[in-house]
Design a protein around this ligand. Sequence first.
Ligand code: NAP
Length: 281
Amino acid sequence: MMRLNNGIEMPALGFGVFQITDLAICEQTVLTALKTGYRLIDTAATYGNEAAVGRAIKRSGIDRKTLFISSKVWIQDAGYDKTMASFEKTLTNLQTDYLDLYLIHMPYGDYHGSWLAMEELYEAGKIKAIGVCNFEANRLVDLILSHHIIPAVNQIEMHPFWQEKALRSVMAHYDIQTMAWAPFAEGQQQLFTNPTLTAIGAKYHKTAAQVVLRWLQQSEIIPIPKSIHAERIVQNFATTDFTLSDPDLVQIEALDQNKPLILNISDVNEVYRLHEITFKQ
Ligand code: NAP
């Protein structure tokens, strides 16, 4: 478990459900993840699958108090009133009366208004911790200086090819927990057969995927890998029974290309593209 800056404990490894758009598959996949032992499930309003996650949680019969459910408010719902309404829909979809973690999904639109709503929901006990995603250092510090609650989490693209060292040093100053989205870079640049990662893995009878997840956990970063395949869901969870050596960690650090592969948040074309994404919650 990781302790957040507000004292709340959060599992050190989670399961993400981005791009699992078939709701029956999503429900079954989350059920498999819960049965495997994952207790942190990461969804978002814009993924369109919160209700399937909620059904899986219910079907699992697992005590809600032992789960850690995270969701996110999208750009179309930025601002105080719309965030309040979106949050209520998220709770209904997930069949729960509180969230463990609620995140601003993108640093666009009236996210300061969203943050005011989230601070209020947090203080009312309806959210255990609040945070952001994809905030670069300047926006993160601006948010902190403008409000009274420091984000507990920043969920960012992070994998061996983009290690976010400069941002993470700012986050460390405020004790903000990193959650790594796309820990496998969504398979880009042949991560699963990368020679460095597979050679390190061979020493421990582990795959490249398992090496990446272990590296993140040893770096006190919470990865949320996604898979729809049961054997991979199990494989990705089996990442706490070995320890990478210091030379292994140095080799993985050397894979950093120091730029994002999936989302360049400061690219104006991304602002246009992301603003265009709307959905019915
Ligand atoms: P990812 O976890 O890096 O990669 C998922 C891909 O890897 C899928 O194609 C999956 O294939 C494959 N895979 C998983 N385990 C594997 C294994 N052991 N061996 C070989 N292939 C494997 O990418 P992601 O889904 O984009 O990121 C993870 C989570 O982060 C998301 O689900 C979401 O919760 C979150 N996220 C957040 C943001 C944000 O803006 N906050 C953005 C993106 C993602 P199969 O499914 O076919 O097995």
